[in-house]
Ligand binder design. Structure first.
Ligand code: GLP
Length: 271
């Protein structure tokens, strides 16, 4: 696991975009797993810049998003600020900034008539695409990946998930309040890739910023592997893992100096 610590959000985002750009250059028809939330917005902006100014080519890239609120889908009749679907978020924050083909972008369909059948279909589509080459992840305040709340099996596949009070509170403040939706009206369930689905990705890129997440970063990376902190499953991934943190998010790590030393040594020896 490469744990890379950067001074601030801007540097974290820049570094994360570089990892994704390297993946696209190495395999132009790669399959990316994508995340929502405030954390990846800077990364997506930098990818938009790389596409426009440096010709980074998304024309063959396929993407699968981690999750979507149940009962919610993109509503083109609503302005962005009122449409809190992750489908809309992805369109505004990334897909409209790069030359990706809309038919190559998959976001779970929160309005699916049969959500359980949809979850099976989503898994099949990921498999048909050849599996995910690089999965981008943020970290929820309760240590979740996607919407895999505490207690979710570390072997879970795409499923319907009830959200915890903490997640409802966090996401209400971050997104739903400004859309004029009451706390009761916001969706209490979501469709999410499972932890097993995420661990099947060939490589993982976890990005986290801010002091608020410092304790859950430490629990995920240095604590026991447990379904109570589903992101701790990162310790089970057998492939390449990059974790990019800003200084405040890294502040509770016991071995931060060691991670910095490893990064310096790798740079010195070109590893
Ligand atoms: C939501 C998403 C997660 C995301 C998390 C953190 O719960 N389902 O995929 O990682 O929010 O969001 P933020 O980046 O806004 O802190």
């Amino acid at each position: 696991m490469d744990i890379i610590i950067r001074d601030d959000y801007g540097q974290m985002s820049h570094e994360a975009a570089r990892v994704i750009a390297d993946q696209i250059k190495a395999k132009p028809n790669c399959v990316l797993g994508l995340a929502t939330g405030a954390t990846p917005i800077g990364t997506y902006q930098e990818l938009g810049r790389l596409c426009k100014e440096e010709g980074l080519d998304f024309s063959q890239v396929i993407t699968f998003n981690l999750d979507e609120y149940l009962g919610v889908g993109m509503d083109p009749s609503q302005p962005y600020s009122m449409d809190q679907s992750y489908a809309r978020f992805m369109h505004e924050e990334l897909f409209s900034l790069v030359n990706i083909k809309p038919e190559n972008t998959y976001v779970p369909d929160g309005k699916a008539q049969d959500p359980v059948a949809f979850c099976r279909w989503y898994e099949e589509e990921i498999a048909k695409a050849g599996g995910i080459d690089l999965q981008l992840l943020g970290l929820g305040g309760d240590g979740h990946w996607g919407f895999n709340e505490p207690g979710t099996s570390l072997a879970s596949r795409t499923h319907i998930q009830a959200l915890t009070k903490q997640t409802l509170d966090d996401n209400y403040e971050a997104f739903y309040r400004k859309a004029g939706v009451t706390r009761d009206e916001m969706p209490h369930f979501a469709i999410t890739m499972g932890i097993g689905t995420i661990l099947d990705a060939k490589s993982i890129l976890l990005i986290v910023n801010g002091a608020k997440k410092a304790s859950v970063v430490a629990a995920s990376l240095e604590g026991p592997v447990t379904s109570q902190v589903t992101a701790s499953a990162i310790q089970l991934h057998p492939g390449s893992i990059s974790v990019i943190l800003d200084e405040p998010a890294a502040s509770a790590l016991q071995h931060a100096d060691h991670y910095r030393h490893v990064e310096q040594m790798k740079a010195r020896y070109g590893l």
